[in-house]
Each structure stands twice: as structure tokens, then as C-alpha cells.
Design a protein around this ligand. Structure first.
Ligand SMILES: [Zn+2]
Length: 61
């Protein structure tokens, strides 16, 4: 039987999360889809248009 400290934090569950990912293959910019955009957002790093995609990310607490 494994022993776990009561103070040990439980691992954060990972969930499918909608994100915006930069369409520029040379750029690694992306952001969570937490805001409402009227149009496709532009990358804050290189100003390229961003594409919607699903990533597995730790759930926001
Ligand atoms: Zn970019």
C-alpha cells in the first residue's frame, strides 16, 4: 500500500483545451481560447493569423 502525505498536492488533471496556435511554422506562439474574439486573433509574437486547435493542457484551477 502506497503512502501519500496529506500535504501532497494532487496532480492537475489534463483536459482537452481549445487554443489558438500561430499559423507561422517558424513561430511557437499560441494562447488559450479564454477570450471571445470577433475575428481570428493575430499572433502576439509575429502578427501572423492564428488557427484554432485542441491541445491537452493542465486544467485551469
Ligand atoms: Zn507567431
Amino acid at each position: 500500500m502506497a503512502f501519500f502525505s496529506k500535504n501532497q498536492q494532487e496532480p492537475v488533471p489534463e483536459v482537452e483545451t481549445k487554443v489558438w496556435s500561430c499559423s507561422n511554422k517558424e513561430c511557437s506562439g499560441w494562447m488559450r481560447d479564454g477570450l471571445t474574439f470577433d475575428t481570428t486573433p493575430e499572433c502576439p509574437l509575429c502578427k501572423s493569423p492564428m488557427e484554432s486547435e485542441i491541445r491537452i493542457l493542465p486544467e485551469l484551477q
